[in-house]
Every structure is written in structure tokens, then in C-alpha cells.
Design a protein around this ligand. Structure first.
Ligand code: SF4
Length: 232
């Protein structure tokens, strides 16, 4: 579910993963809003690398992944090998808690924090994408900002940033969301709210149509011009 109705009809609780869909294009959120979200096999592989014991070898890690995902394709094994090679020199991000669901009651928002370390109060996000040359990807800025807004409301501490592990590149970056990132989270939430209330969203200024599978569907939802209706 991309959003779960929590009591109040007009305030569905929005998953941060849904926020990312709407960040790319609110219409993509509209078309996918009743679709079940499944975490990818690549994410599971990266996650297992991120939390593996120091002495775990590739075979151990693969066996654990196969236990968690019995239907995983052996074709994914080379991805594990290359990620492990990339991570050889990367420091391991410490953690005491894994997969913590964090909520913001004020924003009707929730998400999953990959790692939390109670000793330092540091938070870590695990990604299965290669890192950009510098900083983090725009969608990870939104993820980080949304997670921190939830953590600040419900967590014990008030971390100003979040570590992002780009496992396929073996790179870990620390990111402190800017006010612009937080404003963007609020804007996307407002757009989602309107969609949940039955509105079809307008096309954004720079939609990623060239790699979107909804191009045809999207055209069929465009309002027809009056001049078109009267054509002979
Ligand atoms: S075709 Fe373009 S406007 Fe339509 S959903 Fe896809 S990205 Fe958005």
C-alpha cells in the first residue's frame, strides 16, 4: 500500500517510498497509488552486506539472502560479488537497531530507517544505487529530509543529518537536509493529499516522461480542448 487510511478520511498516512514516487512526478504517484510496493532484490542484497558480521564471507551472505528471499534468482549473485568488492575498504556504519519504522503524526508520514546506533544517535540509510560523483541523489535528499522529520518527532534524539551508504560504489556520504529539502517534502505531501482526495495532478514543469511507462495513460487523462470536441 502506498498510503494507509488512519482513521481520518482526508489524512491518509503516507509512506516515504510513496513520497519518492510523487517526487519524480505526482502523476506517477496517481497511477501507482493502489499498487503494492515490494523492496527490490538488489536492496535486500545491499542490506545484507550492510549488516553482515565482519567475518562473514560471500557464501555466508548469499545463503542468508537466499533464506530471506527463497525465490531470488542466481543471476543476482554477481551483483553481490561486485558490491562486496566495492565495500572492501568502506567503513562499516555502526548500528544497534535495524529496520525501525519512524512516524510523524503531524505530517501523517512514516518510513523505514535502515540503521540506528543508540551509542552515538547516528542514523544510516542503505541504498542499492551507485553514488553520484558528489553529495547524494535528489531523491535521497528527500528521503533523508522525510526520515529526519519523522525521527525528530518520535525519536530520542535530534540528529541534523543522516549517513547514506551507497553499497554498489562502496561509498558512504553524510547529508544534512537543507530547508529547501524540507519544504519540498511538505509540497509533495500536499500534492499527495490532493490526489488522495480525488484530484488528478497537473503535469509538473520538468516531468521525466522519457523514461516513464505511463506516457499513454497520461495522455488519455489530459483534459480535451473544447476546439477538439467541435472538430469535424
Ligand atoms: S508521462 Fe510524464 S507527466 Fe505522465 S506520469 Fe509519466 S512522467 Fe509524469
Amino acid at each position: 500500500m502506498t498510503a494507509s487510511l488512519s482513521g481520518k478520511k482526508n489524512h491518509p498516512e503516507i509512506a516515504i517510498s510513496s513520497l519518492i514516487r510523487a517526487f519524480h512526478c505526482p502523476r506517477q504517484y496517481y497511477f501507482l497509488k493502489n499498487t503494492e510496493w515490494k523492496s527490490s532484490e538488489k536492496y535486500s542484497i545491499c542490506k545484507q552486506i550492510s549488516v553482515a558480521e565482519k567475518d562473514a564471507d560471500e557464501e555466508n551472505i548469499w545463503n542468508t539472502i537466499c533464506m530471506i528471499h527463497p525465490d531470488i534468482s542466481p543471476d543476482k549473485r554477481p551483483f553481490l560479488t561486485s558490491c562486496l568488492q566495492a565495500m572492501i575498504t568502506a567503513p562499516v556504519r555502526p548500528w544497534t537497531d535495524l529496520d525501525i519504522t519512524v512516524h510523524s503524526n503531524k505530517l501523517h508520514l512514516y518510513g523505514l530507517l535502515d540503521k540506528y546506533d543508540a551509542g552515538t544517535g547516528e542514523c544510516t540509510l542503505t541504498r542499492c544505487t551507485p553514488s553520484p560523483k558528489t553529495g547524494c541523489w535528489p531523491e535521497d535528499r528527500i528521503r533523508a529530509a522525510a526520515l529526519l522529520l519523522c525521527i525528530w518527532e518520535t525519536g530520542n534524539g535530534r540528529p541534523s543529518g543522516i549517513y547514506i551508504e551507497y553499497i554498489p560504489s562502496g561509498i558512504i556520504r553524510y547529508y544534512e537536509p537543507s530547508p529547501r529539502d524540507k519544504r519540498q517534502v511538505l509540497l509533495i505531501l500536499r500534492q499527495i493529499q490532493k490526489i488522495e482526495n480525488g484530484e488528478f495532478p497537473p503535469k509538473p514543469m520538468k516531468p521525466p516522461c522519457s523514461w516513464c511507462r505511463f506516457e499513454e495513460k497520461c495522455k488519455s487523462h489530459e483534459p480535451r480542448r473544447l476546439s477538439g470536441l467541435f472538430k469535424k
